[in-house]
Design a protein around this ligand. Structure first.
Ligand code: NAD
Length: 312
């Protein structure tokens, strides 16, 4: 195997992926514009080369491929990853998530890469009737973000078919853990922890009974590595990366209060429009195909996240 290009490698999930690649002795090239990522999260190993480049800047992106001959695998995580801004500015969202992805794909094709792994999202499903959500569920995203993640998935699959590289589209549930920014909607856990540590009143929108599927970031990084290291010609694989478990916001907050050592006294406010009531994703396909399973329980993961938040 040659070099692995990780777009978004200075971000929350990307930096954990890079850490695990380095542990495996892989040579890693990071492309990140540091819009939400941080240099301090970038692994300092000599196996890692970092380029502050925006994936929408075609020439600069090409320079990376040209300078770093021998990239065989791409893990594409760079994205505008928030629902709110995608609703306010869908053109910006599409420019990064769709056009940016096509730029990366074009160089993947020109430089003959072997495997393309993409960070898709549960947002591609939208409202469903049946839980847990399986990969074959109908796709009817509710936000421009969900649409751009789905469009990018389809472009990647089409490029895989056209140019013969192996494609993995990983639909992440709610990923949490150290290095997650409070600026993301998915960062509800980091937001709660920060508020609890600061002795502030925690606000819960709705009755707290809405559920989500929280998966620990190191387990997600493990799933990415399983795909990268999988043997054989897979052509095209779509997997949920999840715990197959639903956790209510109220019980999540209860665990966090215990972990931080404060009493559970949330303030409930009116439900936000568009919030999905219940959601969790089946993970049998990834388990049976690649032997992956989540290894970090919610309690363990939250404890690690609280420890990290205290050290910040
Ligand atoms: N965190 C979650 O719960 C979750 C759930 C589903 C899918 N995802 C997907 O996983 C991926 C990583 O998300 P994350 O939570 O780590 O978010 P993040 O914002 O921490 O990571 C995104 C990274 O991409 C970089 N980036 C953004 N736009 C860029 C551009 N135009 N050019 C180059 N770099 C750019 C950012 O600086 C950042 O380092 C995203 O594709 C996101 O859509 C995340």
């Amino acid at each position: 195997m040659g070099k692995v290009l990780v777009t978004g490698g200075a971000g929350f999930i990307g930096s954990h992926v890079v850490d695990q690649l380095v542990e495996q002795g892989k040579e890693v090239i990071i492309v990140d514009n540091l819009s939400t990522g941080k240099l301090e999260y970038v692994n300092q190993s000599e196996l890692v080369s970092f380029y502050e480049v925006d994936i929408t800047e075609k020439e600069k992106l090409e320079d990376v491929f040209f300078t770093q001959q021998g990239i065989t695998d791409i893990i594409h995580l760079a994205a505008q990853s928030k629902v709110g801004p995608s609703v306010e500015n869908p053109i910006m969202d599409a420019t990064i998530n769709i056009d940016g992805t096509i730029h990366v794909l074009e160089f993947a094709r020109q430089y003959g890469i072997k495997t393309f792994i993409y960070a898709s999202s549960a947002a591609v499903y939208g409202p469903v009737d049946t839980l847990p959500i399986k990969e074959e569920e109908k796709l009817q995203p509710l936000s421009p973000y969900g649409v751009s993640k789905l469009a990018a998935e389809e472009y990647i699959k089409a490029y895989g078919r056209l140019y013969g590289f192996d494609v993995f589209a990983l639909r992440f549930a709610n990923v949490y853990g150290p290095r997650q920014s409070i600026a993301t909607e998915a960062g509800v856990i980091t937001i709660f922890i920060d508020q609890l540590l600061a002795g502030k009143q925690v606000v819960v929108y709705g009755d707290g009974e809405q559920t989500r599927d929280f998966v620990y970031v190191e387990d997600v990084a493990q799933a990415v590595l399983r795909c990268l290291l999988s043997e054989g010609n897979v052509n095209e694989m779509v997997f949920n990366v999840s715990t197959n478990t639903e956790t209510s916001i109220a019980s999540l907050l209860q665990i966090l209060c215990n972990g931080v050592g404060v009493s559970y006294t949330p303030q409930f406010e009116e439900e936000r429009p568009g919030d999905i009531k219940v959601s969790y994703l089946a993970n049998d396909k990834l388990k049976s195909t690649l032997g992956w399973k989540p290894t970090v329980s919610l309690e363990q993961g939250l404890e690690k996240t609280i420890e990290w938040s205290k050290r910040r």
